[in-house]
Ligand binder design. Structure first.
Ligand SMILES: *[C@@H]1O[C@H](CO)[C@@H](O)[C@H](O)[C@H]1NC(C)=O
Ligand SMILES: *[C@@H]1O[C@H](CO)[C@@H](O)[C@H](O)[C@H]1NC(C)=O
Ligand SMILES: *[C@@H]1O[C@H](CO)[C@@H](O)[C@H](O)[C@H]1NC(C)=O
Ligand SMILES: *[C@@H]1O[C@H](CO)[C@@H](O)[C@H](O)[C@H]1NC(C)=O
Length: 246
């Protein structure tokens, strides 16, 4: 917008100058060329303005498919609708402001409070639990080619396994799936996330809440050369092999 204003100011300055000093016949095609060029240039600059970057259509569709797989009882994702063209403005989404690619999905559950013990009464816990996302994690996330940060912690995925395809989100630097009620084996495919700095897969447990996730082999951790934070609290490692490699 600013550039358009500057552009049109320039154009009007130039044209008033010219009409003051030259007769109209002097207004040669070349001057018109210059004015046309300035106008086009200002439009070009406006398009480059980061405020105007809309998210990439393919990524928007991928997010909409991801939403369809989820159960969102309290309608937290009410900005995620087809009518809102710019998915970079959707709640929990951060895009790169020069390319428009989705960089972050940040959708932790209620207020970072995951555990029963964070709440005074069972009723408060149940109320807060409604804000947890449930359902499935759609592989459409693979269409987010530049995704660097995925936080789905504190949600409730009903004991499903951490999806193997997450190991193919190759640009991930931060992955937080802690306390989201995943179960079964942690897939060694996560070892393909060679850019990962933070990996949080832990979950709360006590004598009433059983351990649900298990790791049979530690070896894949050795592929994560940048890792500086690893949370596997509450993961059953009793049968895990490959400690020395990792
Ligand atoms: C993107 O926007 C943020 C905050 O608005 C700013 O700090 C950052 O420098 C911007 N990055 C680029 C590449 O423009
Ligand atoms: C992962 O998410 C949990 C719950 O939102 C949070 O408490 C924890 O600090 C996060 N871990 C990291 C390493 O960011
Ligand atoms: C990802 O990891 C699995 C298991 O470790 C491996 O078999 C597979 O070849 C890897 N894929 C890529 C693309 O590196
Ligand atoms: C960990 O997994 C092994 C193998 O399935 C099982 O025998 C053991 O009871 C589990 N430990 C806990 C604390 O759940």
């Amino acid at each position: 917008m600013l550039y358009t204003i500057i552009g049109s100011l320039l154009i009007s300055l130039l044209s008033t100058n010219m009409s003051a000093h030259f007769s109209f016949s002097y207004f040669s095609p070349c001057h018109l060329c210059l004015l046309g060029f300035l106008a086009l240039f200002s439009i070009y600059l406006t398009d480059q303005n980061p405020d105007h970057v809309l998210c990439i259509e393919g990524e928007r569709q991928a997010l909409l498919r991801f939403k369809i797989g989820l159960t969102d009882e309290t309608n937290r994702l009410n900005s995620w609708v087809d009518e809102e063209r710019d998915c970079c403005r959707w709640v929990g989404i951060v895009c790169d402001n020069s390319t428009g690619h989705v960089h972050r999905i940040h959708l932790p559950g209620p207020d970072d409070h995951c555990n029963f013990e964070d709440y005074g009464t069972p009723k408060e816990y149940e109320e807060a639990s409604k804000q947890r996302l449930k359902g499935d994690i759609n592989p459409s996330l693979l269409d987010l080619k530049q995704l660097k940060h995925l936080d789905l912690s504190c949600n409730d995925f009903g004991g499903i396994q951490v999806p193997k395809f997450i190991g193919s989100l190759e640009n991930l630097k931060y992955l937080n799936l802690s306390s989201s009620n995943f179960g079964g084996t942690i897939p060694p495919q996560l070892g393909n996330l060679s850019e990962l700095h933070v990996l949080a897969l832990g979950s709360f447990h006590n004598r009433f809440v059983p351990i649900k996730t298990i790791m049979w082999n530690m070896q894949w951790l050795s592929g994560l050369r940048w890792l500086h934070h690893l949370d596997m609290s509450g993961v059953n490692l009793s049968k895990a092999t490959g400690w020395h490699q990792s």
